[in-house]
Design a protein. Structure first.
Length: 49
């Protein structure tokens, strides 16, 4: 029974960790996307000069 409880705890910890990572990227994605677009525009404008 203790082994099953340990596996359940590990599963819950894993799910919480995955949810935290997804939540972090969900919140940060607009900033990441804007940064990538800005850098891409800078590269494009540099190539056109």
């Amino acid at each position: 029974m203790k082994a099953a409880t340990g596996e359940l705890n590990l599963t819950v910890i894993t799910l919480i960790a995955i949810a935290a990572i997804i939540g972090f990227f969900w919140i940060m994605w607009p900033n990441i996307k804007e940064s990538l677009n800005t850098q891409w525009q800078n590269i494009s404008s540099y190539k056109n000069k």
